[in-house]
Design a protein around this ligand. Structure first.
Ligand code: AMP
Length: 282
């Protein structure tokens, strides 16, 4: 696996791969890699000849400086995992490489409206940071295909919209969420949990599953269901952030005629803010 820290050498390699007719896949991450990230790399191999992963803890998408400071950084172990998964190239830039004029002076890319809802409401500016860094990585790597986890459903939605609206010729592929046997979605933020909290943490998946079963059985009292979910997750020991029963195609509140649903959930447990979702048809 070739490791790049600077823009130009990576650009030159991409140019050579493209001239040789290779298809290039991009897997952006913030590191502290787990099996969920590796499943993106494995899926990338099915769609391209060259897999480029990136590790960059993007300060622009953190609204809480403490969260940024505490974010787990495990670069050596990450590099081993990526190499073992057959990753061809890793881009590991510094903050000043990505933001040479500083973050405040950075030109931004923002998908309006949807970026302010749900996780965007709880974390103001988060999605502006995500779309800006992903756009920069797209321009740098010019991938044919880019892979993102369905675990971050709203992020995937926002990136699909940015790609379509800015006429980027990149196929966006969503990869199913990898879970622990308890149902807990794998996440770098699970590292913030104590062993006891890890046991409690599966209550988020269980509450989403409870909501899904209710909706699939024909229940349309969405507000009541969301309120009950709040109570359930609170009783389990979480501090609820939100539950939203949405139309998966628009990310707007579901109605009685909705057929494709996604239920987004977010809640705090100890030091961690966990998110998860389930999508399904009725
Ligand atoms: P992150 O490092 O958290 O920014 O995640 C990098 C990519 O991995 C994003 O596209 C995430 O949606 C994806 N990802 C994170 N956790 C999982 C998971 N449990 N299963 C599948 N993909 C995931």
């Amino acid at each position: 696996m070739q490791v790049f820290n600077a823009l130009q050498p990576l650009r030159e390699h991409v140019k050579q791969w493209k001239m040789a007719g290779k298809r290039v896949a991009l897997v952006p991450t913030m590191g502290n890699l787990h099996d969920g990230h590796i499943s993106l790399v494995e899926e990338a191999h099915k769609h391209a000849d060259i897999v480029v992963a990136t590790i960059f803890v993007n300060p622009m998408q953190f609204n809480d400086p403490k969260d940024l400071e505490n974010y787990p950084r495990t670069e050596e172990e990450d590099q081993r995992k990526l190499a073992a998964a057959g990753t061809h190239a890793l881009f590991l830039p510094s903050v000043s490489t990505i933001y040479p004029h500083g973050i405040a002076a950075q030109t931004v890319v923002e998908v309006p409206d949807i970026s302010d809802l749900y996780c965007g409401n709880s974390r103001p500016g988060h999605f502006r940071g995500v779309t800006t860094i992903v756009c920069k990585l797209f321009n740098l790597v010019t991938p044919d295909v880019a892979l993102f986890g369905e675990k971050d459903f709203q992020q995937l939605f926002v990136i699909r919209r940015m790609t379509a609206e800015l006429c980027m010729n990149i196929e966006i592929i969503g990869v199913p969420t990898k879970r622990e046997t308890s149902g807990l979605a794998m996440s770098s933020r699970n590292n913030y949990l104590s062993d006891t909290e890890k046991q409690t943490a599966s209550a988020l998946f269980e509450t989403l599953t409870w909501l899904k079963d209710k909706v699939q059985s024909g229940d349309v009292t969405f507000n009541e269901l969301e309120n009950t979910a709040h109570q359930k997750i609170q009783d389990a020991g979480f501090k609820p952030d939100y539950f939203h029963i949405l139309d998966a195609n628009s990310l707007q509140p579901a109605s009685a005629t909705t057929t494709n649903f996604v239920i987004l959930g977010a809640a705090f447990l100890g030091m961690a803010r966990l998110i998860d979702n389930l999508y399904f048809s009725r």
